[in-house]
Design a binder for this molecule. Sequence first.
Ligand SMILES: *[C@@H]1O[C@H](CO)[C@@H](O)[C@H](O)[C@H]1NC(C)=O
Ligand SMILES: *[C@@H]1O[C@H](CO)[C@@H](O)[C@H](O)[C@H]1NC(C)=O
Ligand SMILES: *[C@@H]1O[C@H](CO)[C@@H](O)[C@H](O)[C@H]1NC(C)=O
Ligand SMILES: *[C@@H]1O[C@H](CO)[C@@H](O)[C@H](O)[C@H]1NC(C)=O
Ligand SMILES: *[C@@H]1O[C@H](CO)[C@@H](O)[C@H](O)[C@H]1NC(C)=O
Ligand SMILES: *[C@@H]1O[C@H](CO)[C@@H](O)[C@H](O)[C@H]1NC(C)=O
Length: 355
Amino acid sequence: MKMPKKLVFLIIIALISLLIWIYHTSNFEYNSTVLILKQNNYFRNTLIQPSNTSCNRNPFLVIIVTSYVGHVELRSAHRKAMPPEYLSSLRVMRIFLLAKIPPNERYITQEAISDESNTFGDILQGSFYENYRNLTYKHLMGLEWASTNCRNASYILKVDDDIVFNFNRTYHFLKKLPKGNRNLLMGYILNNTVPRRNTENKWFVTFEEYNRNIYPPYLSGWYYIISPKIASVICEEAMYNTFFWIDDIFVTGLLTESLGLKLKELPKNYWLEYYELLECCLQDMIKKSIRCDYVVGPNGGRNNLIVEFNEAYRNCQTRNCTLRPKDHELKTECVVHKDRAIFSDGEAEVHNINL
Ligand SMILES: *[C@@H]1O[C@H](CO)[C@@H](O)[C@H](O)[C@H]1NC(C)=O
Ligand SMILES: *[C@@H]1O[C@H](CO)[C@@H](O)[C@H](O)[C@H]1NC(C)=O
Ligand SMILES: *[C@@H]1O[C@H](CO)[C@@H](O)[C@H](O)[C@H]1NC(C)=O
Ligand SMILES: *[C@@H]1O[C@H](CO)[C@@H](O)[C@H](O)[C@H]1NC(C)=O
Ligand SMILES: *[C@@H]1O[C@H](CO)[C@@H](O)[C@H](O)[C@H]1NC(C)=O
Ligand SMILES: *[C@@H]1O[C@H](CO)[C@@H](O)[C@H](O)[C@H]1NC(C)=O
């Protein structure tokens, strides 16, 4: 049977159109991938690298602290609470994650940051501007640095500079985790958080930025634990995902969702959501010799609280403090303003960035 010439002609036209269409769509995808790669690559360029990075000593833990470039006092408090020599004796190292001084910042100079870096060697400064909308870059920059330079570390701990945490308990908690877990991602899980759509809110999110009605479960960026291997796959995954500026949601929620990673919850009684609770817990150690077994909480704007808290805990141990009586739960004894629903509000509100 012979095909009519017209039909052959039509088939050829159809094939050519199909090829053109395929070419165009793939080119479009290629272009948008290149765009995402370019944008998401910001976190790979740095101005200052930590000089004191003896990661060849196979550290046990790397602490990465997100810190606004102007928060000099907070960084001092961290160094005082956990001096580098003490950390180093436990095979723990710490770096601070900074970004470029924003144009409207009058209280800090790049020379001062360079001096700080020369003195302590613990600063990693990105080449993007300090801004709450650039926190995702900072967060990824820290994970990328720690997971490439300290690949052999057992764990990475990500904290914010305005968070108080008990180092002694953190350390012993990690030591007790089953060894060889290369896939750990553990923190305070936030479920069912919804995007803020009120345009008056500093943290509002447009539908272009995020078009679903709910965020996937994610970990509070205040304090979470991650193994270097997971940190490195997350950084890789970030290159192929549409950028989202709320850093903990993007890094520990959206990226882990698209990688199919499971989030683990920290033990009960590990976490205090309110500064006031932490203050009560601290005062009970000092005044009533009741040991505070909570590990993490916000500093409520008190720069030195991380020093006081760790000091009080140490003193408590030498003084032989008692444990908290079961019928005197901290959360019922201590009066807090419960109307501030910090976590249900997208959590980002508590970031203490002066802009
Ligand atoms: C990690 O450990 C292996 C084997 O112990 C070693 O060969 C490698 O150099 C270490 N890597 C880093 C980045 O320290
Ligand atoms: C580097 O770290 C060690 C402890 O690991 C400390 O003794 C030393 O002072 C630090 N040096 C600098 C320049 O920070
Ligand atoms: C984030 O950093 C980039 C690179 O420095 C800068 O161009 C941009 O303006 C910053 N974003 C904001 C919202 O400041
Ligand atoms: C934690 O405190 C206990 C009791 O004071 C002490 O024996 C231990 O060495 C401390 N651990 C660290 C990591 O400092
Ligand atoms: C969030 O969900 C996880 C898993 O379903 C659960 O283990 C965790 O307790 C929840 N967290 C909170 C704060 O409700
Ligand atoms: C600490 O307190 C416990 C219980 O009250 C007691 O058994 C123990 O002997 C005390 N230890 C010291 C060193 O005082």
